[in-house]
Design a protein around this ligand. Structure first.
Ligand code: MN
Ligand code: MN
Length: 320
């Protein structure tokens, strides 16, 4: 499927990488999802945040830092723009002061992308945004998930009543039949919890929870093997919460937890997922107001490129 007609990033030998308008990976901004195989989408919303807000500013800064990304993965040698038509679809519509309206807007936007046959890779935004994405792309059948995060995000309610926060998306997704808990692996979970049974839903529903301590015992290779065993051959989504990383590497996030993955471990972990039947992904919780150096946004952009390479390879495998 290699094609020189595919969209390409702005050529850095003609326009330097610090110049011009920052789109994701310096790709063209294309509005019609039918024109792409992989849609890069910003979701600038953080109304599901329970502590430090700011992830609404994530997409713009990730776009800026993504100008550091080149065209070919240096380990796998995957060249995503030769394998697939990839472009920046811009930001998904959101309502900054209305959660229910935002859930509907995000679902509608991603449903159009899905109906056009494009695979979504988004930059958040807070982690609640994965729920309306699942409502759009997983309504036909539940999907599996590789979930990197310090938090399980399977809480029930917040302040007694709110069903929708960035701490609840995966409980809701299981309840709605969008996410198969038995094909879900959570990696890097850690930090103090509200009560001893905080992890009950994840564990009783059958999710494979790899706490940070077990990750250290298994190491990356053992974790990759376990993740691949859990998700199997079916469709899989990669959801990467940047707070899964240690705040030394990614301080710009709303709910930091020390003792996390290094960027190098996360890169090796993602590379180990090559060959899965990948149907989408996201990088969430990059909060530029807490990221004075811009490094968290660079980390977000780099993880996005890692996932993009996996998606392009998976797409090429499906096409045969
Ligand atoms: Mn999360
Ligand atoms: Mn988290």
């Amino acid at each position: 499927m290699a094609s020189s007609n595919n969209y390409q990033p702005v050529d850095a030998t003609i326009t330097p990488r610090f110049g011009d308008i920052p789109t994701f990976m310096r790709l063209p901004h294309v509005r019609d999802p039918a024109e792409v195989d992989i849609a890069l989408i910003g979701v600038p919303w953080d109304g599901g945040t329970t502590n430090r807000a700011g992830a609404r500013h994530g997409p713009r800064e990730i776009r800026n830092q993504s100008s550091f990304m080149r065209k070919v993965h240096h380990v796998s040698r995957i060249a995503p723009y030769d394998l697939a038509r990839v472009a920046d679809l811009g930001d998904c519509p959101v309502n900054p002061i209305n959660l229910d309206d935002t859930l509907e807007r995000v679902e509608r936007f991603f449903a159009k992308v899905h109906a056009a046959g494009a695979v979504p890779l988004s930059a958040g935004g807070d982690h609640l945004m994965t729920l309306p994405i699942f409502r759009a792309i997983a309504k036909d059948r539940p999907v599996g998930m590789v979930h990197v995060d310090a938090h399980s995000d399977t809480n029930d309610r917040y302040f007694g009543e709110n069903l929708y926060t960035h701490g609840t998306p995966f409980r809701r997704a299981v309840e709605e039949g969008l996410l198969d808990p038995k094909r879900t692996v959570q990696i890097g979970i850690r930090g103090s919890i509200y009560s001893p049974d905080d992890m009950a839903f994840a564990e009783e529903s059958g999710m494979r929870v790899i706490f940070m301590e077990e990750f250290c015992d298994l190491d990356v290779a053992g974790t990759v093997a376990e993740a691949r065993r859990v998700v199997g051959d079916g469709p899989v989504y990669i959801s990467f919460d940047v707070d899964g990383l240690d705040p030394v590497f990614a301080p710009g996030t709303g709910t930091p937890e020390i003792g996390g993955l290094t960027t190098r471990e996360a890169q090796h972990l993602l590379r180990g997922l090559q060959g899965l039947d990948l149907i989408g992904g996201d990088v969430v919780e990059v909060a530029p107001p807490f990221d004075p150096s811009g490094n968290t946004a660079l980390v977000g952009a780099t993880m996005m490129f890692e996932i993009l390479c996996l998606l392009a390879d998976s797409l090429a495998q499906r096409r045969g």
